[in-house]
Design a binder for this molecule. Structure first.
Ligand code: PLP
Length: 472
């Protein structure tokens, strides 16, 4: 075996200094917990989960340096030194001029959408994200998906940058509604709901050229920008020898600002920020942040949280860290693939998306909610908590009230950063492969309670056949 073979799935590039015991519930306890939660994995208690891969949001493990940083919190109401550290770090790594802190990513989305969108506007994006689209629509915009067609096809594993913008779709929207009705394009790097799929540097450059030709701003959803940079480094010609830090900096050099959820690639548990180069937008954003978040030098975060975020953002650019992270996802994907479990391919940067439509090919998207049923069944069977990303998450059309029918009907196995080891992933894969062998025992679900907005968070369901997994 060569060093390269041994490092194909390199061991965790960290040592474990503090541990948190996990729950092991019996089958009957899991069934009860699931029924109490209305078959919605969001509503299960954390202590009822064995391996919790619901989300990578805010579930990161912080380093010893970040914990030390918490002790350096300057909790002054105005002018906390931790804010200046965060601001300096973001400016250096992202290259944007202005940084407005917010309590999390959606706080930044709220401010950006409110300040730039007029009723009747259009916001194109490379696939929607739940909270992002919500804020665009709340301010009167219509979201238009301009991602390449391949992003909607789980079986196209030959496309290395499945998150790319389709420039023809973007141009067609400009021709149809006029550039003055498009305040910005929301460019997500990576694209969460497409399966954590990256955007190439070439596409970022071309998208930015087209947008700027018409005076349209390019605002990134920067949530997973470090994972995107890793894919550029490993897949795009000319970037093999660049550092992650250089690639992130170049990605953002083509745009006008970003919203950031600190709960993902910043390696913290809470926080976010909004960046821009436009001074006028910055001034107006600080006016709004005081109304909804807090002073422009804390924006809903404690001083210590800003310190942990500044340190975490720098750590996230470490090559050993990011390569291990993305390889963990690939490891889980390859294991599930060996059991023929249908998935979105290529594997993404933060999660494996199982194709629930193909897994539960006896169920109907609208009538049986296959992804919701599958996420519930995985929990009941193994104690592993995953998330629905299908028709339930997609919600209803604002105007017609009809369900959106996303092509991707998936459950998401989202790996928290620096939390689980390869042994945990083995358990996840083995359980799901076993469940796949008895997939036709799984019943569809029906709505019991459907909330009017962001319904996936708190909706409740029950099995259509009384029993979720026949005979289990
Ligand atoms: C999580 C997320 C957001 C929202 O951020 P929060 O911190 O959860 O408010 C926005 N966009 C994407 C792609 C995300 O994954």
């Amino acid at each position: 075996m060569t060093q390269d073979d041994r490092m194909k799935f390199a061991p965790e590039p960290y040592k474990i200094k503090m541990v948190e015991p996990m729950a092991t519930l019996t089958k009957d306890e899991r069934k009860k917990a699931l029924a109490t939660a209305g078959y919605n994995t969001f509503l299960i208690k954390s202590e009822e989960c064995f391996i919790d891969i619901l989300t990578d949001s805010g579930t990161n493990a912080m380093s010893d340096r970040q914990w030390a940083g918490l002790m350096m919190g300057d909790e002054a109401y105005g002018g906390s030194r931790n804010f200046y550290h965060l601001e300096e770090t973001v400016r250096e790594l992202f290259g944007f001029k202005y940084v407005v802190p917010t309590h999390q990513g959606r706080g930044a989305e709220n401010i950006l959408s409110s300040l730039t969108i007029k009723p009747g506007d259009y916001v194109p994006g490379n696939m929607y994200f739940t909270t992002t689209r919500f804020h665009q629509e709340r301010n009167g915009a219509t979201f238009r998906d301009v991602v390449i067609d391949e992003a909607h096809d789980p079986n196209r594993d030959d496309v290395p940058f499945k998150g790319n913008v389709d420039l023809k779709k973007f141009q067609a929207l400009i021709d149809e509604v006029g550039a003055e009705k498009i305040p910005y394009i929301c460019l997500a790097v990576t694209v969460n709901l497409a399966g954590g799929q990256p955007v190439s540097m070439e596409n970022i450059r071309a998208t930015s050229e087209l947008a700027h030709k018409y005076g349209i701003k390019v605002m990134y959803d920067a949530t997973r920008c470090v994972e995107n940079a890793y894919f550029i480094k490993s897949r795009e010609k000319g970037y093999e020898n660049k550092s992650i830090k250089e690639i992130v900096h170049e990605m953002f050099s083509y745009g006008d600002g970003c919203t950031m959820s600190g709960k993902k690639d910043c390696l913290t548990n809470i926080g976010g920020f909004l960046c821009m180069n436009d001074q006028d937008l910055y001034t107006r954003a600080t006016g709004m942040v005081v109304q909804f978040e807090g002073m422009p030098t804390y924006g809903g975060m404690a001083g210590r949280d800003m310190e942990a975020m500044a340190i975490g953002l720098r750590e996230s650019m470490d090559e050993a860290y990011i390569s291990h992270r993305v390889n963990q996802i690939r490891y889980l994907g390859e294991k599930l693939n060996s059991g023929n479990v249908p998935m979105v391919k290529p594997y993404g940067g933060h999660a494996i998306f199982i194709d629930a439509r193909a897994f539960l090919d006896h169920l109907d998207q609208e009538a049986d909610l296959p992804a919701q049923a599958l996420s519930a069944a995985v929990y009941q069977y193994s104690g592993v908590r995953t998330m629905e990303r299908g028709i339930v998450s997609a919600g209803r059309d604002n105007i017609t009230g009809k369900n959106h029918h996303p092509k991707l009907e998936t459950i998401r196995l989202t790996i928290p950063r620096r939390v689980y080891t390869y042994a945990h992933l083995d358990y996840v894969a083995d359980s799901i492969i076993e469940l796949y062998q008895r997939r036709h025992d799984i019943s569809g679900l029906k709505w019991v309670y459907e909330p009017s907005v962001l319904r996936f968070f708190t909706g409740r369901f029950e099995p259509k056949n009384g029993e979720l997994i026949k005979g289990y």
